[in-house]
Design a protein around this ligand. Structure first.
Ligand code: GDP
Ligand code: IMO
Ligand code: MG
Length: 440
């Protein structure tokens, strides 16, 4: 005890990297349990700014063991680049552990991702083209190649050769693309092996033992609830389980080891890629939020679509994830507005919805029902307690809490680690932390 899960409650980019980095100092392990380098997590502390795709955001602390769990898909070239980037920045990656059961993203996965998006044309998902979907497809089809396969050259070559018989057919005959040479792929990947092998571990055994010994484990989600393969806005989703349940599956611990689930939500909402977005603002307010919030993807550089905070989505995320706590991020961005809207329900076809509709069509055509609240028009980036926030900002947070039925234990008012209001989120040794009745 305790295992704590941190998840995105919207469509990703909620500020998970910042919050993980902020609370990580109290943990012994920080674990990524799903996704791959489709994620882009930003960590800022003073002059230091890191954009992490695969390595858990706890890497800044030498006392933490970062672990990439079995539920992840790993592009080894990207992993090595990220390790090199961190080492160059003076951050040791020696402690990094990688589950031998995690799957490898192969070059043909990246090619298939791009080709399949091209074939979909205007119906594209808008993926990051990092090969995520095809790698998870192979995992489910039982034809994937795992990190531990790097330990046995014979097996590795056999698996790649077998996979390429089918993949090359698809690439050449279906998509009219170039085939891959099995030996060249194997040679490239086996050249990465010496860098990866020292980090390989059996994540489940290790984490269960750590939890038994009373160590603290933070499970850092990637993407967000509405990008979850089961619970998201399918088919405009990613291919993994981004919700809290995924933490158990993607790392090998039992669900009873998890004592808290912290949901991260922006004070407004953004989405990258295609798919329905009821509160999207295609006007100057949306453009203003994008500008002030610097809403550009960390992975692909694409402009993020912006919209009003959606309490219907949050209510759904609170249930699907079993949220115990909320962290509202980017509250400072709303300082640029005179009035702020919150979506409290949807209407479609004469029906009112207070949670995400089960029908894809209803969600697609959902008309948001808004409540309007006054803005505060003051710089709040220096506030470090709830009481220091302007009354209107306090009311906005209180309304979010009321609609979600979950307390906002943390409020972020700027990108830096220090720009956070700790409100009932207690830490073991953290300076500035407030021990409240909702504390750990
Ligand atoms: P993640 O994928 O959930 O980790 O989020 P990203 O890193 O992709 O995007 C969040 C962006 O917002 C990053 O640029 C962060 O530095 C920034 N950020 C996080 N929290 C805050 C905040 O409270 N205020 C502001 N202005 N920026 C923030
Ligand atoms: P973080 O962890 C925002 C989106 C893509 C696309 C869909 C499927 O930084 O919050 P994929 O490449 O995963 O098959 O693309 O999912 N997507 C994200 N959007 N933040 C992310 O990660 C995302 N990871 C994937 O834009 O719509
Ligand atoms: Mg991101």
């Amino acid at each position: 005890m305790p295992g704590i899960v941190l998840v995105g409650t919207q469509w990703g980019d909620e500020g998970k990297g910042k919050v993980t980095d902020l609370i990580a100092r109290d943990f012994d392990y920080v674990v990524r349990f799903q996704g791959g380098n489709n994620a882009g997590h930003t960590v800022i502390h003073g002059d230091r700014r890191l954009a992490l795709h695969l390595i858990p955001s706890g890497i800044m602390y030498p006392s933490i063991t970062p672990l990439i769990g079995n539920g992840c898909v790993i592009d080894p070239r990207v992993l090595i680049e990220e390790m090199d980037m961190l080492e160059k920045d003076g951050l040791s990656t020696e402690r990094l552990l990688v589950s031998g059961n995690a799957h490898l993203i192969m070059p043909y996965h990246r090619a298939l991702d791009a080709e399949s998006e091209r074939r979909l044309g205007s119906n594209e998902i808008g993926t990051t083209k990092r090969g995520i979907g095809p790698a998870y497809q192979d995992k489910a089809a039982r034809s994937g190649i795992r990190v531990q396969d790097l330990l046995d050259e014979h097996i590795f070559r056999l698996k790649v050769r077998t996979a390429l018989v089918e993949k090359n057919d698809l690439l050449v005959k279906l998509y009219g693309a170039q085939p891959f040479d099995a030996d060249a792929v194997c040679d490239e990947y086996l050249s990465y092996a010496p860098r990866i092998i020292p980090h390989i571990t059996e994540s489940g055994q290790l984490l269960n033992e750590a939890l038994r010994l009373g160590q603290w484990v933070l499970f850092e989600g990637a993407q967000g609830t509405l990008l979850d393969i089961d619970h998201g806005t399918y088919p405009f989703v990613t291919s993994s389980s981004c919700t809290a349940g995924g933490a158990a599956i993607g790392s090998g611990v039992g669900p009873t080891t998890i004592s808290k689930v912290l949901g991260i939500a922006k004070a407004y909402i953004t989405r990258v890629g295609s798919g329905p977005f009821p509160t999207e603002l295609s006007d100057e307010t949306g453009a203003l939020l994008g500008d002030v919030g610097a809403e550009f993807g960390v992975t692909t550089g694409r402009a993020r679509r912006c919209g009003w905070y959606d309490a219907v989505i949050m209510r759904y995320a609170a249930e699907v994830n079993g949220l115990t706590d909320l962290c509202i991020t980017k509250l400072d961005v709303l300082s640029c507005l005179d009035t702020i809207k919150i979506c409290v329900a949807y209407e479609h076809d004469g029906r009112r919805y207070t949670t995400v509709p089960g029908s894809q069509t209803a969600f697609h055509y959902a008309q948001p029902v808004y409540e309007e609240m006054p803005g505060w028009r003051t710089d709040i980036t220096g506030c470090r307690s709830f009481e220091e926030l302007p009354r209107q900002a306090q009311d906005y947070i209180a309304r979010i809490e009321e609609l979600a039925g979950v307390p906002a234990s943390l409020i972020a008012v700027g990108p830096d680690r220090s720009q956070t209001i700790m409100r009932g989120w207690s830490t073991r040794q953290g300076e500035g932390a407030v021990q409240g009745e909702r504390g750990l």
